[in-house]
Design a protein around this ligand. Sequence first.
Ligand code: AMP
Length: 389
Amino acid sequence: MLNIALFGPPGAGKGTQSEFLIKRYNLFYISTGNLLRKEIADKTYLGLQAKDIIASGGLVSDEIIVQIIEKTITDNSDANGFLFDGFPRTYIQAYILEGLMIKLNTSLNCLISLKVPVEESVSRLLKRGETSGRNDDNEKVIRNRLQEYYEKTLPVQHFFQERGIYHEIDGSVDIEKVNKTIQQVISSELNKRLFNVVIFGYPGSGRGSQAEFLADKYRLEYVATGKMLEQEVNNQTEIGKKIFMLYENGRLVPDETVVKLIEKKLEKHNSVRGFIFKGFPRTLVQSYILDGLLKKHDSCLSQVIELKVPTLDLINRLDARSKTTDCMPYDTSTAKIVKRLQEHEEKTVPVIEKYKQVHRVSRIDGRGSFEEVAARISAEIEKGFKTLR
Ligand code: AMP
């Protein structure tokens, strides 16, 4: 989801810019002013309560705002994202927005503030008043609305400045220029968002080589836990020595050790576009761990890829590999190969099933040449990038 709030005094051009932005980014538009005017026109109970306050240029109560906005958001929870205009208008409403976003398991990406001098706002609104038919577009009420803005709404700025998602733009220049700058802000924000992929597939499905290729192609950090553990052992690090002892005693590496290594990788989150995980999560427990690890960096899983290859092909591939120099210690006998396939079936398949309930799981045909399979996965990843936008 892409969620944006347009911020600025009345007459800053929020409505005008919104018209373009909702089309460009396919967003659901939420203007609390419009929603309130509709309540008034429909003569609802909320409308009746809000009518006089709006006519005088004051702010309606947070209770009313929550009621109108909550319904709109929940009714449209499948939207690509939301564009808020005229909300949040008070410091309290900033918290309310956070709560509403949590309810949808998402967050606000940026608050874009259009800066316009007071007299410019007044003259723009007076001009609009000639045609808008709004009874609050007259000079006395306009000045009240501006006063409310500078007193009650401006503090919202600090809330989002602290969160690091506040952007200020000169709103007094021409519409196209403002528009271009807003788009630049949005694309830089989008680039900051991490694109995280998990690639699943039975041993021998080609997930490792594909993941490595995709990491390189899309500038994603490759997180292959098996490889990472192996590296620790080879480099004889502290962790590596412990892992070696566990291997020697035929014991599994505990989640704690794997998590430490992944945490180290995730520290790179500021310099990469995202992560591609292979070999993790392997169990349901690890799938919850991964959610937590990503959440720590304000991120989440973006896409799940499942590479499908028929079992007989898998056995043939693994058997063929065992006769080459690429032979892995766990590929040396048919019994070992079958055991790995069974292990995947028992532990990892339930993880994929769990993901299917919350994420888009792309099932990819893993048969054919490396290039053919890579092209299929790439097409899915590119689709995923688009939904992130
Ligand atoms: P607008 O169309 O955004 O200029 O809003 C028109 C009027 O609706 C404002 O002057 C307020 O009286 C009321 N209003 C709109 N949004 C809010 C909000 N988030 N909180 C309180 N009052 C609001």
